[in-house]
Design a binder for this molecule. Sequence first.
Ligand code: NAG
Ligand code: NAG
Ligand code: NAG
Ligand code: NAG
Length: 966
Amino acid sequence: MGGTMHGLLTVLALWCLVINTRGISACIAMERDALAAFNASISDPDGRLRSWQGESCCSWGGVSCSKKSGHVVKLDLGEYSLKGEINPSLAGLTRLVHLNMSHGDFGGVPIPEFICSFKMLRYLDLSHAGFGGTAPQQLGNLSRLSYLDLGSFGGPAITVDNFHWVSKLTSLRYLDLSWLYLASSVNWLQAVNMLPLLEVLHLNDASLPSTDLNSLSHVNFTSLKLLHLKSNNLNSSLPNWISKLSALSDLDMTSCGLSGTIPDELGKLTSLRIIKLGDNNLKGAIPRSSSRLCNLVEIDFSGNSLSGDIAEAAKSMFPCMKRLQTLDLAGNNFIGNLSDWLEGMESLRVLDLSGNSLSGVVPDNIGNLSSLTYLDISFNTFNGTLSELHFANLSRLETLDLASNSMKIAFKQSWVPPFHLTKLGLHACLVGPQFPTWLQSQTRIKMIDLGSAGIRGELPGWIWNFSSSITSLDMSANSITGKLPASLEQLKMLAALNLKRNRFEGTIPDLPTSIQLLDISENHLSGSLPQYFGDKELHYLLLSHNILSGAIPEDLCNMVSMEVIDLSNNNLSEKLPNCWLTNSNLYVIDFSSNNLWGEIPSTMGSLNSLISLHLGKNNLSGMLPTSLQSCSRLMLLDLGENNVSGNIPKWIGDSLQTLVVLSLSSNQLFGEIPEELSQLHALQFLDLANNKLSGPVPSFMGNLTALHRGSPYWETPSSLEFMVHGVGSAYVSVYIDTLQTMIKGRKYTFNSEVRYLFNVIDLSANQLTGEIPSEVGFLSALKVLNLSRNHIRGSIPDKLGSVVDLEALDLSWNNLSGLIPHSLTSLTELGLLDLSYNHLLGMIICQTLDGDIFFDSANLSGSPLSAMCVPESNKHQLRFDTLTYLFTLLGFAFGFSAVSTTIICSMAARKAYFQFTDRLLNKLCTAVETKFSINRMSAGRDPSLAIWSQDSMTCYELERPSTATI
Ligand SMILES: *[C@@H]1O[C@H](CO)[C@@H](O)[C@H](O)[C@H]1NC(C)=O
Ligand SMILES: *[C@@H]1O[C@H](CO)[C@@H](O)[C@H](O)[C@H]1NC(C)=O
Ligand SMILES: *[C@@H]1O[C@H](CO)[C@@H](O)[C@H](O)[C@H]1NC(C)=O
Ligand SMILES: *[C@@H]1O[C@H](CO)[C@@H](O)[C@H](O)[C@H]1NC(C)=O
């Protein structure tokens, strides 16, 4: 009744209006005023509201009125790029049914509450509009809403404190709350369950709290067709109720923290077209019931721990997979081979089986998958020979990645392939010794990885100009000889060039302006460094282990894009340039092992993002510049083997509190070791050996908490940081920060190329006095302690027996006296013990595989005493933890405005290494990928998951002492 009355009044009002405005098409004055006020306060940089002129607001752009009532019912300003303030006058549009303000830029303000007063609203799109703050609860009053999109990628995030209001929107069919902050919405699932009409649900990357998906006893949202919950750590198993969603056609639960198995019920989802369960912890086999999923177009189970024989899974699963276009099982534990199951998948475009344990030979019939554009079987254990036959019909192939298999690639030299690749990965396949001639036909190629491919001899000349689209070229770790061309400027897209570990001679070529990564380390390059880098945006400059000479060019100081410079192990001379500018990208400088002289440049203090500074093994002199205390993110400082003089500055302890490695050995430092160093709570490697330090052995050593067992640093010396840079190319590269060092002392040396050694204190060859402080007993995680060649007196503290991880102990050449404490027998990891040249008495028990061995050293005071025992468990490699920075640059080959990302993570290198080849990189990439999925959307399938530079891990062993006397 009220409604009729209202309607009648409206008609009357409208009639009056028509009379008053004489012939101008109907527009209710109040609503026109409301729109005009809105127009007045909004900023419209693209001029999209230019049509908002005159009285007839119903004809203004984006405005629609009801033909019957004349009221504004639709305001569609999506893609209008509006900015600034939304005038609350808009509340006057009381009959609004459809409101779209997406893709505006409202500067992080909360969603205006007046929007909640539009009782008639059925469609509300405020996505990607830069709203922030907390979502108003009153949105729950919009009970007619059938479409709600608040998803907003990047920029401010809208927080939802209490999800309850969503449950009141019972007419909803479409809900997108992706990228909102829903961490406190513990009841989100129950709320969604009140929406029986829901067909589409997007909750990607919304910080959803841990949720047991199985906690729903009854599902209401059985009309669901699309369910996207990507990138939320739900910490759940796949719910059984999923089988009730019989209309479901698109399921994306990538990176959701799912564990358990894929339930057999999956087979009931016969409408399913797309299923993505990648990057979870799913185990077990692919359920047989999936044989009923005959509509599947895309399967992504990558990055899980799924297992079983792939051929068996295929036989049950793939018979009706005629429509399947994408099969991604990368990064799982599947075994088996490719025989007999590829037939019949004639629609297949993307096949990614990389990073499994598949074996056997690749069958010829892979050549029948004529729709294939993307084939990645890298990181498996396939063997046998691949010939032209395998590729006879693969004319659409664009990506071919066979890396890290024991396959011989034997194409005829004269072969002209039917395909035109954009990406080729043959890393660690047997390609050589000849360079593959067929590559010359691949004129569209962008990325080539021929690292470790057994190529010998000189390169053919055409390699440097057959394809102008090359962005990334990796020929590292081959035995390629000859000179590099004088210029590579013709490769106008080249962003990454990795020629590491070959035998290239000659000078560094002129580089194209597109270059971002240059790695020609471990070659025989000579001559000087380029003096000018022009407008290049180099990120990585890696030229270590060559015979480059001359000065370090000043132009390097100006390269603000630079992230890592490694010029170590060359013959560079002259003074270090003192022109460094504030640079927030530079993480690593390694100038060690050259002939640089002069003072450490004070401007290096402006490099406040520096994590690692290697200046060791040069002839640098003078004092440490105090400006270095601004480098407060330093984790490694190596100035060993120079002529640096003065005291150890106190500010190292006060300002460089993130230091993990501090090496000042073999310099001219004197004075006491400052107490401030005790504040270095992350320090795990302290080498002050071979200086002129005096004073007592510092008791504050006991306060180095990173060397306490169970300290957070001790377990995981890792910090993971993401840095984003907008660059327009594609490559993945890994840079491993290494520290070359020797632990001083007569009895033990480590291999010259040592990765980060952890848990070491070396104060040997100084003039330290006093006794060994009993606080050393707190350092329960210490592995190497060297106090030899000082003037230490007193007895060995009993407490040393609590340093249970100790693997090497050198106290030789001091004035120690008394009995060797019995507690040392509890040091079961001890591989090397040197107590010689003291005045000690006693007996040492050393445990080996064959039982205890007694070294009777009674009455040998004054004469050499040393013992060597290597427990069986330690024989192959001592358990030194190592730190690696893994720098991974990810880029996207397609699209020019792509984002590339640097990941810096420091972690136990060995762990990283062993995981690296299977899933670590995958995980990292996926992590980045999901963060930047917007770019991916336009980028198409990510072509960058290849490893463009791989280093081998050097393990090190204690050298047995040659003069052990027992
Ligand atoms: C809307 O704003 C533009 C620019 O500020 C102005 O030219 C135009 O007259 C305004 N229209 C109305 C109806 O107020
Ligand atoms: C299903 O939805 C209806 C209506 O929205 C609601 O009343 C009911 O409680 C819901 N059932 C469950 C189990 O949540
Ligand atoms: C491939 O490896 C399998 C074992 O996995 C072995 O039996 C077979 O002989 C190998 N084939 C070739 C051609 O090397
Ligand atoms: C070392 O730690 C102890 C106990 O926490 C504290 O009393 C002492 O002052 C610390 N020493 C130094 C030099 O920081």
